[in-house]
Ligand binder design. Structure first.
Ligand code: ARG
Length: 239
């Protein structure tokens, strides 16, 4: 009888220890159409945000599972518990703060204007008056351009679609986040940026309002990542 009890205790202990070794999964939503933050490379989602969230995963001891989806589906997916967090170069703006919590910011960007190299008449945001400007549906650039009274906008589902239309002279300009715009211009000799920039906006990780504990863990991990040099090495790698 004693032996049975001993064996039972042993089995229980084994079970418990295997449980504590199984890492919890953190489901991370992104939209891999935003280089250098997230994009597809041979079918794999890579980029600054992806490396950053993997570093966070290590700090909080969770396995990162990336879910690639449409940008405007990210916050709804978070609300429906399909994902735990969003990292997608997402600007922590007032409108979104009504629905979700944001981590402390991890990057500062601003809206810029992308033009064809040959364009000489657009220099500032005011020069966009009476022009046809491409934006990506639901991006902050879309919001900014929609607020400009005399500017007509054409909305695209993805930034590369807008870039193609600009190159084909179907639109006069594109308003997009600075780092991604720079990335496109670097890879397309026929494009340039106007020498002007909009209001700064901050990228942060979105988390459900119901999950305060996770928010705190992520903020602590972010702080460590900034302090220990990981953040700077990721900047160097991707920007
Ligand atoms: N910063 C902009 C916004 O929050 C654009 C983000 C786009 N990100 C992406 N992964 N597609 O609206």
């Amino acid at each position: 009888m004693k032996k049975i009890v001993k064996n039972l205790v042993l089995v229980l202990m084994l079970l418990l220890s295997s449980l504590s070794f199984a890492k919890g999964k953190l489901y991370v939503g992104t939209n891999a159409e935003f280089p250098p933050f997230e994009y597809l490379d041979k079918g794999e989602v890579v980029g600054f945000d992806i490396d950053l969230v993997k570093a966070i995963g290590e700090k909080i001891d969770m396995e990162i599972v990336i879910k690639d989806m449409a940008f405007d589906g990210l916050i709804p997916a978070l609300e429906m518990n399909k994902i735990d967090i969003v990292i997608a170069g997402m600007t922590a703006n007032e409108e979104r703060k009504q629905t979700v919590n944001f981590s402390s910011p991890y990057y500062t960007a601003n809206q810029v204007i992308i033009l064809n190299e040959s364009n000489e008449d657009i220099k500032t945001f005011d020069d966009l008056n009476d022009k046809l400007v491409g934006v990506v549906l639901g991006f902050t650039g879309d919001v900014v351009v929609s607020e400009m009274k005399n500017v007509k906008s054409k909305k695209y589902n993805a930034s590369y679609a807008a870039i193609m239309e600009l190159q084909n002279k179907k639109i006069d300009a594109i308003v997009l986040d600075s780092e991604t715009a720079l990335n496109y211009v670097k890879h397309n000799k026929s494009l340039k940026l106007a020498e002007t920039s909009g209001e700064p906006e901050e990228y942060a990780i979105a988390i459900s309002k119901k999950n305060i504990e996770l928010l705190e863990k992520i903020n602590k991990a972010l702080e460590e990542i900034k302090a220990d040099g990981t953040y700077d090495s990721l900047l160097k790698k991707h920007m």
